[in-house]
Write a protein that binds this ligand. Structure first.
Ligand code: TRP
Length: 433
């Protein structure tokens, strides 16, 4: 099965060097790997949650799209689209809204941070909290689950959102059958967070960013303004704690980095070190800048690429959404429901997994045969997704998974291993059809 990787970029700002080093560059590289199906999208619905300036959203959407394309994203290889071009996303958002626990959403960091801020300011808890902010994790779950993504490359601050998407998927599957793929966050620890002009993490909120595709002269001026200590030319300099050195490190190969380390020890003047940094960045970014300028001058070309991307995305989203609507009971009057079609009848003769919660508040699953007899009984799990994971493994690997899962199974309440193995084989066979 191809690995599906998906990530979204909120369209509220102009890409800076930190975005390039922290996500764009690695994502473009990853998208060229064989055997991976990549989805990149402009999260403009998410942008509405924090930005009420229409012109800025439109501008940022163009800038981000042009940046990714200029950085080498090949629309023919990946699915590159704008969130708001996919009506199935808000549609799935609603289905997930109906299975997402309010308590789960109460725990979201971004929402809780607002409550804390209000409390600290002596304000009403809900001051300035929109329902959009509260629902942010559900929209994000829909983004991910609609395309059955396995991996979601994100920053650490987004891990909780991926966990919540898993939770919602597990709840949905529990109610309506295994349809949604449980995603995992993919954290790349090798990409450094880039320091900004003042040495703190490069971030729009600190106003210390270096624009990714500013004209070369502006790039040079910004680099010249990076803070350094006051050591004079000829005095040895520390690489440690040097923002200049760290930014250089993010672009340089090992030899280039070693050369700058030596130059620091030999007392290179800060101005010369900055010039070297400028030249190194320019070597990588310069050629992309031309393509960026071209795209910015032709928004209709970017629009055309995004429309083609939306078509590609909807080729997946539309039939899948139809299946999900059917699963929850949003069906034409004429569609068969309880009355079994031959296929459904065959299915009902199969053993089935059931996931459920006991009065003890913990989570369980069992495998029952067509007559409802328990073939396999699990022990308790703390979280529904753990139970879901074990079920997934049994479905995918059959009896081969039994040994490793043994500590999680209550074998005294189960049938013999042969019985279980037979049932699992039957299920795998049916799934392969
Ligand atoms: N919330 C993400 C961020 O702020 C952006 C985003 C929206 C996203 N939908 C997504 C990321 C789906 C990954 C998958 O960075």
């Amino acid at each position: 099965m191809t690995l599906r990787v998906l990530t979204g970029i909120t369209t509220t700002g102009t890409p800076h060097l930190g975005n390039y080093v922290g996500s764009i560059r690695a994502a473009v590289r990853a998208s060229r790997q064989p055997g991976v199906q990549s989805f990149y999208f402009l999260a403009d619905y998410h942008a509405l949650i924090k930005c009420d300036e229409p012109a800025r959203i439109q501008r940022s959407t163009l800038e981000i799209a042009a940046s990714w394309l200029a950085a080498g994203l090949e629309p023919a290889r990946v699915t590159f689209y704008r969130q708001s071009d996919i009506p199935e996303i808000p549609e799935l958002t609603w289905l997930l809204t109906c299975v997402a626990g309010k308590g789960l959403l109460n725990r979201a960091h971004a929402y809780k941070a607002m409550l804390d801020k209000n409390a600290a300011a002596g304000q009403d808890a809900d001051n300035d909290v929109t329902a959009g902010l509260f629902m942010y994790p559900v929209l994000m779950a829909a983004d991910i689950l609609l395309f059955s993504a396995h991996q979601v490359p994100v920053g650490r601050d987004q891990i909780q959102h991926i966990e919540m998407a898993r939770d919602m998927a597990a709840s949905f599957n529990h109610l309506y059958g295994e349809r949604l793929t449980l995603p995992s966050a993919l954290i790349d620890d090798s990409v450094a967070t880039l320091p900004g002009l003042d040495g703190r993490k490069m971030s729009k909120s600190y106003d210390n960013t270096i624009a990714l595709f500013a004209p070369a002269e502006q790039l040079r001026r910004q680099i010249m303004s990076i803070v350094t200590d006051s050591r004079a030319p000829g005095e040895p300099k520390d690489t440690e704690g040097s923002a200049l050195y760290q930014i250089h490190r993010a672009f340089a190969d090992d030899d280039e980095a070693a050369a700058l380390t030596r130059a620091f020890a030999d007392g290179i003047a800060w101005a010369d070190a900055k010039q070297q940094l400028f030249e190194r960045i320019e070597r990588e970014i310069g050629p992309m800048r031309e393509r960026y300028a071209e795209l910015m001058a032709h928004p209709e070309e970017v629009e055309r690429l995004l429309q083609a991307g939306a078509q590609k995305a909807r080729a997946i989203a539309t039939p899948f959404m139809r299946e999900l609507r059917h699963a929850v009971g949003l069906r034409p009057m004429s569609a068969p429901s309880v009355v079994a079609t031959p296929k459904a009848a065959a299915k009902s003769a199969l053993p089935t997994f059931k996931q459920y919660r006991e009065a003890d508040g913990r989570f369980y699953f069992k495998l029952t045969d067509a007559a409802g007899r328990t073939l396999l009984q699990s022990r308790a799990f703390d979280a529904p997704r753990e139970a879901g994971q074990a079920v997934k493994r049994l479905q995918n690997e059959g009896a081969a998974a039994l040994k490793e899962l043994a500590p999680q199974l209550d074998l005294s309440a189960s049938q013999t291993e042969d019985h279980i193995a037979q049932a699992l084989a039957l299920l795998m066979q049916a799934a392969a059809q």
